[in-house]
Design a protein around this ligand. Structure first.
Ligand SMILES: C[S@@+](CC[C@H](N)C(=O)[O-])C[C@H]1O[C@@H](n2cnc3c(N)ncnc32)[C@H](O)[C@@H]1O
Length: 188
């Protein structure tokens, strides 16, 4: 059995969040993460999926349609995840997923970049509910590793009193993607 970094992100989200409250798919892409969240969403859950690529938005809408998901609780937004705070005002986020890089089988024009990824992550972390969770699939080979290095430095310096941060990597596969898991600790 093969378990990819993306599969692991689903396992973490599934086991650490219950389908209620606000979910973010920060990079909708072909819609697989959005579909995964949509399937676990309860009536009191709401999902915002972002992508700067119109093609990705169309692919995601089609995947939901093909899987008979017709929920008023899902909003797919053709905008950068950096603008998350324009859509969620005074809201707490329960779980967010980033799957970085470019749309598979595309011209690679729309690609995540260190500065906008970290800007979006910072905004999401500031809006994260207690026990809220964020996963980030980060690709070492992407961008000559620039985005991954920036993300790693940012997270290393992050406030460990308020957030639990771990990193999963595939042993013996130095160029495989890595997975960051961030959990906001409960305020005492
Ligand atoms: C690896 S794909 C995501 C895969 C997707 N989660 C799935 O399940 O199919 C990365 C996506 O990030 C999108 N992207 C790049 N920069 C972005 C940004 N600033 N805001 C939102 N999406 C962005 C790309 O257009 C691409 O569709």
């Amino acid at each position: 059995m093969n378990v990819s970094i993306s599969d692991l992100s689903h396992i973490f989200i599934q086991s650490l969040s219950g389908g209620s409250g606000i979910y973010i798919d920060a990079t909708a892409g072909n819609g697989y993460d959005t579909l995964f969240i949509a399937k676990m969403l309860k009536d009191d859950g709401f999902l915002y999926s972002f992508d700067i690529s119109k093609k990705a938005v169309n692919n995601t809408e089609k995947l939901l349609f093909d899987n008979d998901i017709k929920s008023d609780n899902i909003k797919i937004i053709n905008d950068s995840h950096e603008n998350v705070d324009r859509y969620l005002i005074d809201k707490k986020i329960n779980a967010a997923m980033f799957n970085l890089g470019y749309l598979p089988n595309s011209d690679k024009i729309a690609v995540t970049k260190a500065q906008s990824t970290i800007c979006a992550l910072e905004k999401i972390l500031n809006m994260l509910a207690d026990k809220g969770v964020v996963t980030i699939c980060s690709y070492i080979g992407h961008d000559n590793g620039e985005e991954e290095r920036a993300l790693s430095s940012y997270l290393l310096a992050f406030d460990k009193k308020a957030y639990e941060i771990s990193k999963t990597e595939m042993m013996g596969r130095p160029s495989a993607p890595v997975l960051y898991l961030i959990i906001k600790k409960e305020a005492i």
